[in-house]
Write a protein that binds this ligand. Sequence first.
Ligand SMILES: [Zn+2]
Length: 82
Amino acid sequence: MDCKKIQDVIFNFVYGESSEAELLATRDHLEKCGDCAREKQVIEKLLDKIKNCEAQETVTEDCRDRMLSKIKNSLAGEEPAS
Ligand SMILES: [Zn+2]
């Protein structure tokens, strides 16, 4: 598992949708790689916001899409548009 591969699977990991093998490999990588561990924390925080968002708003899909695009922008190293 390298950092590029982690980017592909980290959403599944944070959502709890990884396969068993993927979960173990991802967790193993995150223990060794500070960069990916930080990235995972950022995604977890943003997913928390999505959950709050979903709890508060009736138009949940729109809200969720906006948050996901923010996450993707931040992973791409761009400032999220707010
Ligand atoms: Zn890494």
